[in-house]
Design a protein around this ligand. Structure first.
Ligand SMILES: *[C@@H]1O[C@H](CO)[C@@H](O)[C@H](O)[C@H]1NC(C)=O
Ligand SMILES: *[C@@H]1O[C@H](CO)[C@@H](O)[C@H](O)[C@H]1NC(C)=O
Ligand SMILES: *[C@@H]1O[C@H](CO)[C@@H](O)[C@H](O)[C@H]1NC(C)=O
Length: 360
């Protein structure tokens, strides 16, 4: 393409144009995450109207809402800066153990205390219920809400999570809600929070991979189906992908208040869209962080994974493998981290473009 086929003058122009295009492409590649951030933020609805709901009107969380939970003093003792709540299905015992053996086992990151707990519902199989009781007694990190653990009840799991943290963990400045197939890097999250312009400990923060202008599913046979009667607007408010998102204490209180103020429809909206709707009602805007995966899966690249805050769709065996690989290897150089991140992003985008993965 860059061969001088346009005569002498054309050739001379190309002589400058081609390197300029190449340099721009290299820069764009190295800073794809920043570009993604700008593009997403530009598309977001930044109109922060929302009802000011007095916080003291949040109904108190009752301990009876939980069938299993750690000691009510667990946060008072551990004083975590960030509490990570992993939503897990009762049968996913192996995924929980893998998280405990890897990132969830950390108690201090960058000099700050952290804690990881797991949230499940009631399994339809009673023998699984008995195993959960044993697991809770042995590990002391299980919270069980009083609802049937099904896919369509995920929204209830989130409400339960918010209610537990609100009541039993006022010490935590941030709560991260993470799925049990996510490789989560608290060190990178803390670094991001520290350098972002968001006031570090005060103010509302609702951070993750922001999905913009997502239309509700109107296909009656889909498991995500939401009829116009239940939710009439054509699109959901912008929301953070449910695979992993972070709320500051104040955002958590406001969102949980808005959630209790709004009647629950049947069927419930998807968990992450519901949190977005409550955030909107409470006047809390989502912030996008390109270091959260949450769209398509990200193929393994050590330097890229080391830089990300969350990578999802990682099965337990891979999580152990990646974790070991990252621990044993020296940190990546700036340039290899940039290049690896760029490559991950391009491969993820190709995945969407080729329709291999759903954009959600
Ligand atoms: C959600 O949980 C409630 C309370 O346990 C239960 O009555 C309901 O059937 C569950 N919904 C679904 C769709 O599983
Ligand atoms: C946040 O940044 C400050 C100043 O750069 C640094 O001293 C502090 O250790 C950082 N804290 C964390 C948790 O990274
Ligand atoms: C988490 O992030 C830190 C800081 O970037 C990095 O050194 C570490 O390897 C990462 N760990 C994992 C398991 O991703």
């Amino acid at each position: 393409m860059c061969k001088p086929r346009l005569g002498k003058r054309g050739g001379r122009i190309l002589h400058y144009v081609c390197p300029a295009i190449a340099t721009t492409a290299v820069f764009a590649f190295l800073f794809l995450d920043r570009i993604e951030s700008w593009v997403t933020s530009a598309g977001m609805n930044t109109d922060a109207r929302g009802a000011a709901i007095p916080l003291q009107s949040v109904p108190p969380t009752r301990p009876e809402e939980f069938l299993l939970m750690p000691s009510p003093l667990v946060c008072q003792r551990a004083k975590p800066h960030i509490i990570t709540m992993v939503t897990s299905a009762p049968a996913n015992q192996r995924a929980r153990q893998t998280i405990r053996d890897t990132w969830g086992g950390e108690v201090e990151v960058r000099g700050l205390r952290v804690m990881t707990l797991f949230v499940v519902g009631v399994p339809s199989d009673p023998s699984l219920g008995k195993l959960l009781v044993v697991e809770a007694r042995e590990r002391g990190d299980l919270i069980q809400g009083r609802f049937l653990d099904t896919y369509s009840n995920l929204t209830l799991k989130t409400l339960s999570t918010l209610a537990w943290v609100r009541r039993f963990c006022p010490q935590a400045h941030f709560m991260a809600k993470v799925d049990d197939d996510v490789l989560f890097n608290l060190s990178n999250l803390l670094h991001f929070l520290n350098k972002s312009r968001n006031p570090y400990e005060h103010g509302d923060l609702y951070l993750g991979r922001v999905h913009i202008r997502v239309a509700p599913n109107r296909d009656p046979v889909s498991k995500h189906y939401l009829s116009a009667g239940v939710y009439s607007p054509a699109v959901f408010p912008d929301y953070c992908s449910g695979t992993a998102y972070v709320l500051s204490r104040s955002a958590l209180l406001k969102i949980s208040l808005a959630a209790t103020a709004s009647p629950l429809s049947a069927p419930l909206p998807p968990e992450d869209a519901f949190v977005g709707m409550c955030a909107r009602a409470a006047g809390v805007l989502p912030s996008h962080c390109p270091l959260f995966s949450g769209g398509p899966g990200v193929p393994y690249g050590r330097c890229c994974y080391q830089a990300m805050v969350s990578v999802h769709r990682v099965d337990p065996r891979d999580m152990l493998r990646y974790w070991a690989d990252m621990r044993e290897s020296p940190p990546c150089s700036w340039i290899s981290e940039r290049a690896s991140l760029g490559l991950c992003k391009v491969r993820a985008m190709l995945g969407i473009a080729l329709g291999l993965e759903q954009g959600l």
